[in-house]
Design a protein around this ligand. Structure first.
Ligand code: DC
Length: 238
């Protein structure tokens, strides 16, 4: 219990949550952050923000046609940061002073983000923001390369996965719950395609760090996940 208090008070740990898309990384990471008084950082949001900036600057989605020098100029004029949410709790993403929290979740951005996230200058740009945020420590970051590239010395690394069919069904149900149309087979293909892109890109591909703890939540509820992490944190620090 004493050590647990040290975690709460010093707030100096970094927890990296990496893994496949649609595994519930952000929900899990947010809950862990709330449970232990840490700050949650959604690193995918930054890639989405950069993608929005690039779309607005007129970049298309053909990777081979992207002018990297021009992209560097756009990045140098891009101020992207998390600011506390006006509606209370958590933070929201701002691009050059504009709240872009909704726009980064559109299909247009979602369908292009993997392309921009594969470009080294984009990754360097986002990594520098993340490293700055991590200097303060006391963070839980979810992404694809946090435990392997951004914070290889993170205090705790978790690699999340679940069966593609389970992930596709979860995402399909979310879309239907929003009264939007979806086809399960299309959602499943998209899950498989994103896994392929994340795992096979040249720069910072999705990999499980050797010292990451594997969390396959195919048959777990969110409550099960919290019981699981609490056990790990108390074994490690308490
Ligand atoms: O987690 P997400 O779906 O919001 O991530 C959006 C995209 O950004 C996805 O294509 C993976 C990529 N990403 C990445 O390459 N590295 C990270 N650390 C986080 C996200």
């Amino acid at each position: 219990m004493f050590v647990y208090c040290i975690i709460m008070n010093r707030q100096d740990i970094i927890i990296a949550v990496d893994g496949h898309s649609s595994t519930g990384k952000s929900t899990f990471a947010k809950k862990v952050a709330a449970r232990y008084g840490l700050i949650y950082v959604d690193t995918g949001a930054l890639y989405r923000g950069v993608t929005l900036a690039a779309i607005r600057a007129g970049f298309g989605d053909n990777l081979l046609e992207i002018d990297v020098e021009k992209l560097k100029i756009v990045l140098s004029q891009t101020d992207i940061r998390f600011l506390p949410s006006a509606t209370g709790g958590g933070s929201e993403l701002y691009l050059n002073g504009e709240n872009i929290e909704r726009e980064i979740r559109t299909l247009e951005v979602a369908s292009r983000v993997s392309i921009f996230a594969s470009i080294p200058v984009v990754r360097e740009f986002v990594d520098s923001i993340l490293k700055e945020l991590g200097k303060k420590r006391g963070v839980v970051m979810d992404g694809r390369d946090i435990g392997t590239v951004v914070f290889p010395d993170a205090d705790l690394k978790i690699f999340m996965t679940a069966d593609p069919q389970v992930r596709a069904m979860r995402r399909y149900k979310e879309i239907i719950a929003r009264n939007e149309e979806a086809n399960y087979e299309d959602v499943l293909s998209n899950v498989i395609e994103r896994d392929h892109m994340d795992e096979n890109r040249e720069t910072a591909p999705l990999r499980r760090a050797e010292d990451a703890i594997f969390l396959d939540n195919s048959d777990m509820t969110q409550e099960d996940e919290m019981v699981w992490i609490e056990k790990i944190i108390s074994q490690r620090w308490g």
